[in-house]
Design a protein around this ligand. Structure first.
Ligand SMILES: Nc1ncnc2c1ncn2[C@@H]1O[C@H](COP(=O)(O)OP(=O)(O)O)[C@@H](O)[C@H]1O
Ligand SMILES: [Mg+2]
Length: 301
C-alpha cells in the first residue's frame, strides 16, 4: 500500500474544477493531498476550447452490456494535437472511432450523445459516413497500404470522392500529399512500385499521404508509431508537428514521452471515464486528479 492510498478525500474532490483552477505551468506542484480523489470520476480540467473544430457532448458507448465510454464531453481544437493516454482497455480507441463513426462497423456497438463538426451533428443517422470519413481521416497502428502502387495508394481516395479525375490534377495531388507526408524525395522515382514494398516507417507515411490526399480537417491516429523503430517514430512525430498547421490531430499513444513531445493538450482516460484533460505540460507536471498522477508516475497501468 502506498501513502496515497490512505489519502482522505479533500475539498477538491467535491468542488467542480474550472479552467481557472489550473495552475500556471511554473507554479509549484499541487501537493498530492490536494489532488481530486480516485473515486471522483467527473472530468477535471477544461473540456471546452474556443472555436472548436469538433465538439463532443455526453458521449456514451456500449458494446452489448459493456459500458465502454461514460458520459464523455470533449472538444477538439483547431490546429492542435490532442493526445489520448491511459491504461489498455480504458476506451481510447473506442472514443477515437466515435469521431468518424467507425464504431458503426462493429455490430454490437451503440453510441449515444452529440458530436458536432462544422455545425453538423455527425451522429445523425441520415448523414453519409463516406465523406465524413474522408473529412475525419484515420491512420492505424499497423501501416496498411493498399496492395497497389505508391501512386494509386494516394489517388484512390481523390478518385472515389470525386476530388479529381484529370491525370494532371491527380499527379498534383500525388506530389503534394507525398511532400506533406515527408515521403516525396524517397519515392518520387518509384511511384509505380507497390506501396507494400516500402519500409514500415515509409508505409506509415504513405498511409498519412493517402489520408491527406482527400483533404481532411481532422486526422485520427491510433498508436501510429507502435509498430515503428525509433527513427521512423521521430520522422512521424516531426511530420505531425508540421501537419498540425493545417489539420487537427487526435492521437492515441501508449508512450507518455510521445504525448509530451507532440501534443498541445492531453486527455487521460481510465476505465471508460475521461478523468482529466488539459494543457499537456500541466497534465504531466501537475495533474489535478489522483488517477492521472498514479498513471503518469507509473503507479498504475
Ligand atoms: N469490438 C469490441 N467488442 C466488444 N468489446 C470491445 C470491442 N472493442 C473494445 N471493446 C471493449 O471496450 C473497452 C475499451 O476498449 P478500447 O477502446 O479498445 O480501449 P483502449 O484503446 O484504451 O485500449 C475494453 O473493455 C474492450 O474490451
Ligand atoms: Mg486501443
Amino acid at each position: 500500500m502506498t501513502n496515497n492510498e490512505t489519502t482522505t478525500e479533500t475539498e477538491a474532490a467535491t468542488t467542480p474544477v474550472s479552467s481557472t483552477d489550473i495552475p500556471a505551468v511554473n507554479a509549484p506542484s499541487t501537493p498530492a493531498s490536494s489532488k481530486i480523489s480516485r473515486d471522483n470520476r467527473s472530468t477535471a480540467g477544461e473540456v471546452r476550447v474556443d472555436a472548436p473544430r469538433m465538439r463532443c457532448s455526453e458521449i456514451n458507448v456500449y458494446y452489448g452490456e459493456k459500458h465502454a465510454i461514460k458520459n464523455l464531453s470533449l472538444d477538439v481544437g483547431n490546429a492542435e494535437i490532442l493526445s489520448m493516454i491511459g491504461p489498455s482497455g480504458c476506451g481510447k480507441s473506442t472514443f477515437l472511432r466515435c469521431l468518424n463513426r467507425m464504431n458503426d462497423t462493429i455490430e454490437i456497438c451503440r453510441v449515444t450523445g452529440s458530436i458536432v463538426l462544422d455545425g453538423k451533428e455527425i451522429n445523425d443517422h441520415t448523414i453519409d459516413v463516406v465523406p465524413l470519413r474522408a473529412n475525419v481521416g484515420m491512420v492505424f497502428q499497423k501501416p496498411n497500404p493498399f496492395p497497389k502502387s505508391i501512386r494509386e495508394n494516394v489517388t484512390f481516395g481523390p478518385k472515389i470522392h470525386g476530388l479529381a479525375s484529370h491525370k494532371d490534377d491527380l499527379e498534383a495531388i500525388v506530389e503534394d500529399s507525398l511532400r506533406k507526408a515527408g515521403l516525396w524525395n524517397e519515392v518520387k522515382d518509384r511511384l509505380d512500385q507497390p506501396g507494400t514494398g516500402l519500409s514500415g516507417g515509409q508505409q506509415q507515411r504513405l498511409c498519412i499521404a493517402r489520408t491527406i490526399a482527400v483533404k481532411p480537417e481532422i486526422i485520427l491516429m491510433d498508436e501510429p508509431c507502435s509498430a515503428l523503430d525509433p527513427i521512423s517514430t521521430a520522422a512521424i512525430e516531426e511530420l505531425m508537428l508540421e501537419l498540425k498547421e493545417n489539420f487537427s490531430i487526435c492521437i492515441v499513444t501508449h508512450s507518455m514521452q510521445q504525448a509530451q513531445r507532440v501534443s498541445d493538450r492531453t486527455a487521460y482516460f481510465h476505465m471508460g471515464d475521461l478523468i482529466e484533460v488539459g494543457d499537456t505540460q500541466q497534465v504531466f507536471t501537475d495533474p489535478l486528479h489522483q488517477l492521472t498522477e498514479d498513471y503518469i508516475t507509473g503507479r498504475f497501468g
